[in-house]
Design a protein. Sequence first.
Length: 233
Amino acid sequence: MIPVDDNIRSWQKPIINYWLIGINLVIFIWEIKLDTTNELGYLINNLGIIPAQINQAIANAFLDNSAAWVVVFWRLLSLPVSLFLHGSFSQFLGNLLFLWVFGKTVEGILGHKQYLLLYLTAGFFCGIVQIVLLSDLTTPIIGANGAITSILGAYIIKFPQAKIYSVLALLILYIPVELPVIFYLFWWFIQQLFYGIGSLNISGSFSFSNVSYWGQFAALVTGATFMGLRQKH
């Protein structure tokens, strides 16, 4: 099932959404280039979220090792940076498709600054939850999944009755359908089971099984709460 557009009209141009999509696209093209030279693994393993390394760095810092705080700072930079890295064509296309359909409408409601704040804050928070819950994980976590989940949460709170124009792909036959937004809340999590399709050649033990649904649930609640508080003002 492929979402194409929604039935909510917004008069504000989604500039931030365009920039987010553009930045993700440029970085993914760069990843493909690195993939051809077998350098992509180095990038992902240094800029992806690796919970075990971050937790170890924090533990070392609290043992009065002042130099270790530099390592903590460097490791924590992976929280925002990892939002713009993707490990497969299916993850990249799936994430950006949802960002396009739901992000432009949410930005139209929140405005440019608050929309960017929600995107980055929720993505950061999702990363923190994953670091805590997957504390022993030694392989990188990447992707904008958490940030986009928050956008979906905000959208559903604001437009629970919205209809999403979609395309049902059946082999070479494409059937246009109109589905309730709540369907895509479930489909968002289900489609991530297929994010291994079209994987890039990342050295090491990188796996899409590292996706933390608890982290994304936290991001979903963050987005819903953000929009709920926004509606009260």
